[in-house]
Design a protein around this ligand. Structure first.
Ligand code: NAD
Length: 481
C-alpha cells in the first residue's frame, strides 16, 4: 500500500484539514493499493495562499530564467532517478501498461529541461522599434496557476502544465484527479529534492467540488485544465465571469481518413495503436472514427479486425500487453452502455463487444470494432473513452473530409494515402489542432490542442510556454509626454 499522509503545501507535507480520503483500487487486480487524503476547501485556501505569497513576495518570479532553470534541472534529475518506481505506481494506479508508463515518466522529466532551456533562450525583456520610438516588451509570468489534470495520464499531463508554468516564473497549485491521488507525490518529492522555494508548487489531489472551489478562488490568476468537455465548459464559464486566463484541453472524436490508394500495412497498426488501443482506450487524441472508401471497405475491415484480434489484453505489467483495463468499474459500465447503444442503432460488431472471458478480475472490456456505422450515431458523435472504434464507409474524398469535420470536436486525426499532395490538401481541410499523415503521434516540441469543443489554447512547444506569460510594454520615449 502506498500511503500519502498529507498535501505538499508551502514546501512541506501538511496534514489534511478534514478526514476526506480516497482508497485507490488497482483496476486490474481489484486490490486496494493506496490511500491518500483529498483536499477540502480549507486545504485549497492554504495551497493558494502559499502560492500567492511565493508569487507576490518572491523570489521565484523575479529570479532569472537561468536560476530557475538550475532548480528545474534538479527536479528533472530526481524524477528521472525515480522513473521506475513511478512507472510501477502508475501501472497500479491507472492500469496503463508499464512500457508506456516508463516512457511518460521519462518524458515528464524531459519536459522540465525542455522548458528550462526555452525560458533561458527566450529571455524576459526585448527592445523593439515601436511607432514612437524604442519600446521594451517584457514577458511576465501570468501569476498563480491552478493546474488541473485528469486521471488517464496523471503525471505527464500535469507536467505539461507545471513545467512551462514554473519555467515562466508562475507559482502553481496542482490538482490531480481524485481517481489518481498517489502518483503526483513523485513530483512533490522532486520539488523538495531540488530545493524549489516554498509555495512555488503545491499539490492537492481533490474531487470535482474542491476543484471548482480552486477555479473560483480569488487568489488564482490562470486556470490550465485538461479533462472532459463538460467540465471545461463549466470552468470556462467561471473563468469568463472572473476574467481569469484559461487553457482548456478537452475531449475528442478524431477521424482517420483512409484514401483509396492507402497502404494497408501503414493504416492498420496506426489506427489500432493510435486509436482504440491508445492508453487502454482512454486517450483524448485517439482516432476512434475510421473512414474507409467503399471501394476497399471489405479488405480494410478484415485487416483491422484481424489486427485487433491479435492484441494482447491483460496484465499491464507484462511487456507484450497492449491493452490493460479501464480505470474503474464506473468507466467500464459507461463504455458498455456505448457498446449497447451502437448495437441498438444498427452498427455491427466484427470483434469484441464483451468482457474478456479469460480474465477473472479487473475492469477489462474487449477491444471492439463497429462497422457499417454512420456519423449520426451516438457512438460516432460522443467520446467513449474506451477501446471501441467506429468504422464509417464513404464514397468520395470530399465526403470523407466533411464526415471528419462533422463533429463537435476538433482535436486530432490523420489521413492515409501514398499521395503527399493529396495528404496535405486533406490535412489543411480538417478542422483539428493536430493532424497526421500516414501516422498519428504527438510531438512535444509542437503545439497541441483543440478546435471547437476540444478546447481553447495550446500546450507543448513554444505555445505551451507562452501560455503562462503576459506581455507588458514599457515606453520610455525621449522627451515624450
Ligand atoms: P473530468 O473533466 O471529469 O476531470 C478532469 C479533472 O478535472 C479532474 O481532476 C477533476 O477532478 C477536475 N474537475 C472536474 N470537474 C471540475 C470542475 N467543475 N471544476 C474544477 N475541476 C473539475 O474528466 P475525466 O473523466 O477525469 O478525464 C477524461 C477526460 O479528459 C476525457 O474527456 C478526455 O478526452 C479528456 N482529456 C483531454 C486531454 C487533452 O489534452 N485534450 C488529455 C487527456 C484527457
Amino acid at each position: 500500500m502506498t500511503e500519502v499522509e498529507g498535501f505538499y503545501i508551502d514546501g512541506r507535507w501538511a496534514p489534511p484539514s478534514t478526514a476526506k480520503t480516497r482508497t485507490v483500487v488497482c483496476p486490474w487486480s481489484e486490490a486496494p493499493i493506496g490511500r491518500a487524503p483529498l483536499a477540502a476547501d480549507g486545504d485549497v485556501d492554504r495551497a493558494v495562499g502559499a502560492a500567492r505569497r511565493a508569487f507576490d513576495i518572491g523570489p521565484w518570479p523575479r529570479m532569472s530564467p537561468a536560476e530557475r532553470g538550475a532548480i528545474l534541472r534538479k527536479m528533472a534529475a530526481s524524477i528521472e532517478r525515480q522513473a521506475d518506481p513511478l512507472a510501477d505506481l502508475l501501472t497500479l494506479e491507472v492500469g496503463t501498461t508499464l512500457v508506456s508508463n516508463r516512457l511518460t515518466s521519462l518524458a515528464a522529466a524531459r519536459l522540465l529541461i525542455y522548458y528550462a532551456e526555452m525560458a533561458e533562450a527566450a529571455g524576459v525583456e526585448k527592445v523593439r522599434q515601436g511607432w514612437r520610438g524604442a519600446v521594451t516588451v517584457r514577458k511576465e509570468p501570468s501569476g498563480v496557476v491552478a493546474a488541473i489534470a485528469p486521471w488517464n495520464a496523471p503525471v505527464f499531463l500535469l507536467m505539461l502544465k507545471v513545467a512551462p508554468a514554473l519555467a515562466a516564473g508562475c507559482c502553481v497549485v496542482a490538482k490531480p484527479a481524485e481517481e489518481t491521488p498517489l502518483s503526483a507525490r513523485f513530483i512533490a518529492s522532486a520539488a523538495e529534492a531540488a530545493g524549489l522555494p516554498p509555495g512555488v508548487l503545491n499539490i492537492v489531489p481533490a474531487d470535482r467540488e474542491a476543484g471548482e472551489y480552486l477555479v473560483r478562488h480569488a487568489g488564482v490568476d490562470k486556470v490550465s485544465f485538461t479533462g472532459s468537455t463538460a467540465a471545461g465548459r463549466k470552468i470556462g464559464a467561471i473563468c469568463g465571469e472572473h476574467l481569469k486566463r484559461m487553457n482548456l484541453e478537452l475531449g475528442g472524436k478524431s477521424a482517420a481518413i483512409v484514401l483509396e490508394d492507402a497502404d494497408v500495412a501503414k493504416v492498420v497498426p496506426s489506427v489500432i495503436h493510435n486509436g482504440l488501443a491508445a492508453n487502454n482506450g482512454q486517450a483524448c487524441v485517439a482516432m476512434t472514427r475510421i473512414l474507409l472508401p467503399r471501394s476497399r471497405y471489405g479488405e480494410f475491415v478484415d485487416a483491422i479486425t484481424a489486427g485487433v484480434g491479435a492484441l494482447k489484453v491483460g496484465d499491464p505489467r507484462e511487456e507484450d500487453t497492449v491493452l490493460g483495463p479501464l480505470i474503474s468499474e464506473t468507466q467500464r459500465a459507461r463504455v458498455e452502455s456505448y457498446i449497447a447503444a451502437g448495437k441498438a442503432a444498427g452498427a455491427r460488431i466484427t470483434i469484441g463487444g464483451a468482457r474478456p472471458k479469460s480474465l477473472a478480475k479487473g475492469w477489462f472490456v474487449e477491444p471492439t470494432v463497429f462497422v457499417d456505422a454512420d456519423n449520426g450515431m451516438k457512438i460516432s458523435r460522443e467520446e467513449i473513452f474506451g477501446p471501441v472504434t467506429v468504422i464509417i464507409p464513404y464514397e468520395r474524398e470530399e465526403e470523407a473530409v466533411s464526415i471528419a469535420n462533422d463533429s463537435p470536436y476538433g482535436l486530432g486525426g490523420a489521413v492515409f494515402t501514398e499521395d503527399h499532395a493529396r495528404a496535405f490538401m486533406v490535412a489543411r481541410s480538417v478542422r483539428t489542432g493536430t493532424f497526421g499523415v500516414n501516422q498519428f503521434g504527438l510531438d512535444f516540441g509542437a503545439p497541441f490542442g483543440g478546435m471547437k469543443a476540444s478546447g481553447i489554447g495550446r500546450e507543448m512547444g513554444e505555445e505551451g510556454f507562452e501560455a503562462f506569460l503576459e506581455p507588458k510594454t514599457i515606453f520610455a520615449v525621449e522627451g515624450g509626454r
